[in-house]
Design a binder for this molecule. Structure first.
Ligand code: B12
Length: 350
């Protein structure tokens, strides 16, 4: 039982301050105080480290913290997770679970938290970390006689790649559980891909305890891919970015004065728009794209880029993709979700 007054919630502000100051020893000390007071290690991971990392993301999104501050804070959290794991030092005797991030996925910390929770629940865990190529993962699973694999995906735009990885594991008959923000808050895109999903480590541990439930998932439902919109969009990615850049150069006053860094982030954003659109086509769910547009506008607004620029690009892509009915509908819905200023045409469009 935890000593009165010492709880993750009570020490959270102090912990967050340690992250803000990148003060690793002080952050580890906060976690130790909780553990010494009898707070279970999984609660320290899930009620202190996890929400603090989400807050780090909010501060980065609001442009209050630079990328460097986010990296420093994340590094401190990684050290804290390692310290908690060393303190608890569980010796599991249940089967081996391999925890890995999807190919191209660099958010290793959420997966690490899940790995530590599984270990605390008695599983033997091998943590493979960020961006594991599918072929390497499958041969690893065979060689190490894994009971199951837990795959993490933090970005919905990686869902098509995630599906290839899930299929590769399922083909080798290793049960799979997935998780992470990339599958949607309620895991609906995992259901579409025909794979078991858990919202967090403890639920994943329960699911892994019942192989029957783990394997009893409905198969992937991707009949819509027959319209080839997903493949067509992916094939035209480079050409579409070039045409959107030319369109912005023509329509947006000041675009010609962008610094090389601003130009590079614009190219990245134009690519993200297409990658999220492609992922929405893949799972046949326009809400994936609309949620992304809402997020992008918030991020760009805090960095001084007007929502109208996003609106113009969505209209441009919709025009070029006139023979892609699903993509067109998602782009229009995305445009309609913009704040009023973003829906108004740029001066050159009026
Ligand atoms: C740290 C961080 C990074 C670090 C990751 C370093 C590391 N070692 O992990 C770096 C710098 C690499 C990074 C990069 C990027 N990031 Co980032 N990142 C974050 C941040 C701040 C924290 C991630 C984290 O640890 N969260 C805490 C965990 C505990 O929360 P969680 O992910 O929800 O996980 C819980 C559950 O989802 C679940 N779960 C998670 N994984 C799994 C797996 C399984 C199997 C199971 C069962 C459950 C499960 O359990 C967890 C515990 O409860 C988040 C903000 C956030 N809100 O999460 C952004 C965030 C995820 N990143 C974001 C973005 C956009 C990016 C970049 C595209 C930025 C860029 N322009 O380059 C790149 C993409 C890189 C890539 N290809 O993967 C956005 C995503 C937005 C979106 N629309 O999808 C976020 C939300 C930030 C924001 N507020 O906008 N990022």
């Amino acid at each position: 039982m935890a000593t009165t007054g010492i709880s993750p919630a009570a020490l959270y502000p102090r912990y967050l301050h340690c992250l803000a100051e990148a003060d690793e020893p002080a952050a580890v000390e906060v976690a130790r105080e909780l553990l010494d007071a009898g707070v279970p290690a999984d609660r320290v991971l899930l009620d202190l480290v996890a929400p603090a990392q989400a807050e780090v993301g909010e501060r980065w999104a609001r442009n209050e913290w630079s990328v460097a501050q986010e990296h420093a804070a994340t590094h401190v959290s990684e050290r804290v997770v390692a310290a908690i794991a060393a303190y608890a030092n569980p010796r599991g005797d249940r089967g081996r679970i391999v925890v890995a991030c999807m190919d191209g996925e660099w958010h290793a910390l959420p997966a690490r938290l899940v790995a530590e929770v599984l270990r605390l629940r008695g599983w033997q865990v091998t943590f493979l970390g960020a961006s594991v190529p599918a072929a390497h993962l499958v041969s690893y699973l065979h060689r190490h006689d894994a009971y199951a694999v837990a795959l993490a995906c933090a970005l919905p735009m990686r869902l098509p790649q995630a599906h290839r990885m899930i299929e590769a594991c399922q083909r080798s008959d290793v049960p799979v559980v997935v998780g992470g923000r990339g599958f949607g808050a309620d895991g609906r895109w995992a259901r579409r891909l025909g794979v078991a999903w858990a919202p967090d480590g403890p639920t994943a541990a329960d699911l892994l305890g019942d192989e029957r439930v783990l394997r009893a998932v409905a198969p992937a439902d991707l009949a819509h891919l027959a319209d080839d919109e997903y493949a067509g969009l992916v094939g035209r990615r480079g050409e579409l970015i070039d045409s959107a850049l030319a369109d912005l150069a023509q329509r947006m006053p000041g675009f010609g004065d962008y610094t090389p860094a601003q130009f590079d982030s614009t190219v990245s954003d134009l690519g993200y728009i297409l990658d999220f659109l492609a992922a929405a086509l893949y799972v046949d769910d326009g809400s994936l794209f609309t949620e992304f547009v809402e997020w992008l506008v918030t991020i760009l607004a805090s960095r001084g880029v007007p929502a109208a620029a996003v609106g113009a690009t969505l209209r441009h892509y919709a025009g070029v993709l006139h023979d892609f009915p699903r993509a067109g509908a998602y782009l229009r819905a995305g445009g309609a979700s913009l704040p009023a200023a973003g829906r108004r045409p740029l001066p050159s469009e009026a």
